[in-house]
Structure formats: C-alpha cells, structure tokens
Design a protein around this ligand. Structure first.
Ligand SMILES: [Zn+2]
Length: 394
C-alpha cells in the first residue's frame, strides 16, 4: 500500500521518537558521577517532558467527535504558552518531598533538561504535514514542516542505538535494542517500507553500533542527536527539491491558482515523496485536490516509477465550502484544522489523511437544517489553514 499523505492515519510524530529524544537529552544533562537514583530522575523527567504535550489526548472528549480530537490534540499543550505551564507543573512535581528525598533537589541541569525536552516535542511535531500553531494566542497560524514522515525509522536508528548502548542493565539494553530493530521489520511487513530500506537500516545500525560503542554515554547521545539533526536538515533540503520539481510543472489553466502544496516523504525512503496540490479556479467556482507521487530520481518510488506520477484528483465546489463555512458551526470549527477539505455526500474530510472516499479520523458528517447552526461545546480559536480558499481572490 503506498504511503501517500492520503494514507497517513496516525497524526503527529510518534512517541517512540519523542521518548528517544527525551532520553538522549537526559543523558547529556546528567552529571558523569550521578548516582543511580539521580539518573532515574533525569531519564524520567526527560522522557515524560518530551511526551507531555500529548497528554492533551485525555481531554479531547470535551468536544464532540471528531472535532474534539482535531481541535484539542496538538492544541493548547502544543503552544509556547502551554509549554511554560507544563514546565511549571513538572518543576513543581520535582519539588515534592518524596522526589527530593529519593533523587535530590532539582538543580539548573534538571530545569534545563525539562525545558529542552518539552521544547523538543513542539519542534519534532512541527516537521510533518500535520502542523502546529505554536505562537497562539499572538499568532494563530498553523506551520507545516512537510519534511518528515510520522513514523521514520531513520530517526529511530541513531537515537535507538545510543539509548540501547547507554542502558546500564544488560538485559534491558538487549530488549530495547531488539525492540527498536524489530519496529522497521513490522513496517516492512505492513508494506509501509521497502525491503531494500530494511537492509540499508540493518547495515547502518551495525555500523553505528561499531562507531559509537566505545564513546562515553553523553558523547554517544550528542552524536545521535547530531545524526538526527543532519538527517532532518537533509530532508528539508529534499523537500525544497521536490517542491521545485512540482512548481516547475505548468498549471493546467491560466486562471489556476496554486493554493498549497502538502508534502510528505515515504517512511524510510527519503527519495520518494507524496504530494497533494491544492489549486483553485475562482471563475469556475472550483478547487482541485491533486495527489501525486514524486521521485527524487527515476525509480525512487518503485521499479520503473517516473519522477512525477499523478494519483488521482477531485474537483470541489468553492461556493459549497464557503456556504458551509458560513452557516454550519461545526464546519466552521472543522476548518480550524482542515488543510485539504474534501466534501463528499454528507461529509467533510481532510484529503491529507484519506479524503471523502476513505473515511478517517478527520471525517465529519454534515448536519442538516437548524442543526447546522448549533455549535459544539468548547471550540478553539486556531487560524484556518484554508482561509485563502474561504476568502477567495488571488
Ligand atoms: Zn504532539
């Protein structure tokens, strides 16, 4: 099954990556002579803080589905203001008498770790096509990295090798190493990554073990984070290349406006990308959602694959979208999340995750009559990604 953006059903960077980054940051922050209890405290704080913003999942039920998830996950806890609140909360927990008795009083290293781990969550989540709106309430716009797939084995690799080698207990280290090596195999079995990528990952993992085995734990973690940063930088450079390839193609009609280009690489295959172009034609009262597959080189997306392969398009009515936005309170709220709105028979769905023909977590039934004016509870105030389509004009 191709993993185009239309197939992504797991939103957000996975918590394996967040946890591995938290563990690496803890290792860097930890003094070399720290006793075991202090080490446990640092690792716990690093991993918990690196995942804490996803605690918003516990209250998505305050608004009816699917809006609760769409508006509250990656909501307030994924903003700079939310991070400050979480830092204060975690910092206060470290002052609890029970924690201080067992692990010692919090110090500058621990606070720095806490801040870095919390911030890492927002940074990592900003790398894919799901987006974040970190500067609310000052700036309510969404920002999309469009450069990293949500489950990326090449990120797990350096961080996972460092984490396994840094684990003091031999059995735990072996279990962690084996589990992280098996994850890409699971993705391959599910058809999400090609077998050749599995071979490349295994060979690179073996080389990484040899390369960093003799380093001190802190240096290992620094090297792993450095390798991750290099991979991410390379992916952003590739994103620009792919964007350039797509922008070089002529638009189908002179009055066509390119509204947005959603990009996402395939997992473990940085040379093959999925693209979703959103274009509009104001005079024709339509906008188009066009899915494509883009290879950085010929054959990157499979044997004989071309550089750009169209994968289907849907024509949508601009006036219908605008009318629903104006009169249906739930759609008005849904559009605080939807980046690629696709209207089907009685539903609206985001084409990034499957669209109207493949129901997914973003699919919302449309209300009829007076029902439509009724607003669900606890709505948010994020910017609308498709304000450009709703407003119209060039
Ligand atoms: Zn998150």
């Amino acid at each position: 099954m191709p993993s185009t953006p239309r197939d992504i059903s797991i939103p957000g960077v996975d918590n394996i990556t967040h946890s591995l980054v938290g563990a690496a940051l803890a290792e860097i922050a930890l003094p070399a002579d720290a006793p075991p209890a202090r080490r446990t405290l640092f690792l716990t704080v690093g991993i918990v803080a690196a995942n804490l913003p996803d605690a918003d999942l516990v209250y998505t039920g305050v608004t009816s589905a699917p809006l609760g998830y769409l508006l509250h996950h990656r909501g307030h806890t994924h903003t700079v203001v939310g991070l400050v609140a979480q830092a204060l909360l975690l910092g206060a927990l470290c002052w609890l008498p029970a924690v201080r008795r067992r692990c010692g009083a919090p110090d500058a290293r621990l606070y720095l770790l806490l801040a870095a781990a919390l911030l890492s969550h927002l940074v990592l989540d900003s790398w894919n096509s799901y987006g974040v709106h970190p500067f609310w309430p000052v700036d309510v716009r969404w920002f999309y990295g469009d450069a990293i797939y949500i489950l990326e084995p090449w990120l797990w690799l350096p961080l996972g090798v460092a984490a396994a080698l840094n684990t003091r207990r031999r059995r735990r280290a072996m279990v962690l190493g084996a589990a992280l090596s098996l994850l890409p195999v699971v993705l391959a079995v599910m058809g999400m990554i090609p077998v050749i990528a599995l071979v490349a990952l295994a060979a690179t993992r073996a080389a990484a073990v040899v390369a960093i085995r003799r380093l001190r734990p802190r240096v290992r973690s620094l090297v792993a984070l450095g390798a991750m940063a290099m991979f991410v930088a390379a992916m952003f450079a590739l994103r620009e290349h792919v964007r350039g390839v797509l922008l070089a193609a002529p638009l189908p009609a002179s009055d066509t406006r390119l509204v947005d280009l959603v990009l996402s690489p395939r997992p473990a295959n940085p040379l093959c990308w999925s693209a979703l172009a959103i274009t509009s034609r104001e005079d024709a009262d339509e906008y188009l959602l066009s899915a494509m597959q883009v290879g950085v080189v010929n054959g990157a997306c499979g044997e004989g694959s071309a550089r750009v392969t169209p994968q289907g398009a849907t024509v949508q009515s601009l006036s219908r979208l605008r009318a629903l936005h104006a009169r249906d309170c739930a759609v008005h709220a849904w559009l605080q999340f939807g980046r690629a709105p696709e209207l089907g028979a009685g539903i609206i769905a985001d084409a990034r995750f499957g669209g109207a023909d493949r129901p997914n977590f973003s699919t919302m039934p449309l209300s009829a009559g007076a029902e439509a004016a009724r607003c669900p509870a606890h709505l948010t105030a994020w910017g609308r990604p498709r304000e450009d389509l709703l407003r119209g004009g060039p």
